[in-house]
Design a protein around this ligand. Structure first.
Ligand code: RIB
Length: 305
């Protein structure tokens, strides 16, 4: 099995259950509030660990209770946390998440120590990247650091997976060059390309714009509609696994993790997409970020994987 490193964010999620999202200027009563370990990077690392992958995480937390809790959560599923720096003078990242009765969410993040991840920290942890086969990143740490890691990983011949979330505009064109896989959802793809996409044909066109920028493969997750995989010369739609969503938090993170796990085990990208769909479709039936991730055994009992 290949080694995987996740470079990215760690947050303490403050999750509010609410019947519906408040309108602008409206005050409503929520039902309940929970603290759950999260952060897109940490969720991916956690999911990889829980699914049985060989995973190390690089990032930063504060020397506070939230940081300790997130480290503990990662250790509990055998994630190697030696790449995570505990910052003396910063507060662990936080995410304020409202989840409504349809399972949809709205998230506001406060970067905290995620914003303090620097190229110098990456240099200090560069051996972890060199010793890994697959490098996964997202966009919740400074983008110049994401770009720095990407350049390093491409130069070292690693398989590079970027989950471009939260999506941003204005990245330099050369950023995309050499990335093996990106996994935007349709909203993120629209932001990255500046295109409106309502039909499958338009989604394929959007994905091809990213391939034109140098990305080798684009997986567009479409929620209840399944997902789309576009390579230089192929395109394939994958039907969804129908479930009743309770909380979609970390659906994308668990997809990315399961996809990477399958690649690390030498599976084809079609098999990897399928595992991503299975794991994320279980995650959305459960509450919270890391609390929603299944084991591979749980996946197997449902789908005989
Ligand atoms: O993708 C879900 C994650 O986004 C949450 O866990 C939250 O921390 C935000 O980073």
């Amino acid at each position: 099995m290949q080694k995987i490193v996740v470079v990215g964010s760690l947050n303490m999620d403050v999750v509010i259950e609410t019947p519906h999202m408040p309108e602008r200027g409206e005050t409503i009563s929520g039902r309940k509030i929970d603290l759950v370990s999260g952060g897109k990077g940490a969720n991916q690392a956690y999911a990889l660990g829980k699914l049985g992958g060989d995973v190390t995480m690089i990032g930063a937390v504060g020397k506070d209770a939230a940081g300790e809790a997130i480290l503990e959560s990662l250790r509990s599923v055998n994630v190697n946390v030696e790449g995570i720096r505990q910052m003396e003078d910063g507060t662990t990242g936080q995410a304020f998440i409202a989840v409504d009765d349809d399972g949809d969410n709205s998230i506001i993040i406060i970067a905290g120590t995620n914003g303090m991840v620097t190229k110098e920290l990456i240099d200090e942890k560069a051996d972890i990247i060199r010793e890994s086969d697959i490098v996964i990143m997202q966009f919740e740490i400074p983008l110049e650091v994401v770009e720095y890691v990407k350049e390093m990983a491409v130069k070292e011949g690693k398989t590079v997976i970027v989950d471009p979330a939260p999506a941003v505009t204005g990245l330099p064109e050369h950023f995309w060059n050499g990335i093996d896989y990106i996994k935007p959802n349709e909203t993120e793809l629209a932001i990255l390309t500046g295109m409106k996409m309502n039909t499958r044909e338009e989604l394929v066109k959007g994905a091809r714009v990213m391939i034109g920028k140098g990305v080798k493969n684009v997986i567009v997750t479409l929620g209840k509609e399944g997902c789309l995989m576009v390579t230089e010369d192929t395109e394939e739609f994958f039907c969804p696994y129908k479930v009743k969503a309770l909380d979609t938090t970390a659906a994308g993170d668990s997809f990315t993790a399961a996809f990477a796990l399958a690649l690390s085990q030498g599976k084809t990208y079609g098999e990897a997409v399928s595992l991503g769909q299975k794991v994320s479709s279980i995650a959305v039936t459960r509450k919270g970020a890391q609390t929603s991730i299944p084991t591979l055994e749980e996946v197997k009992t449902i789908w005989d994987e």
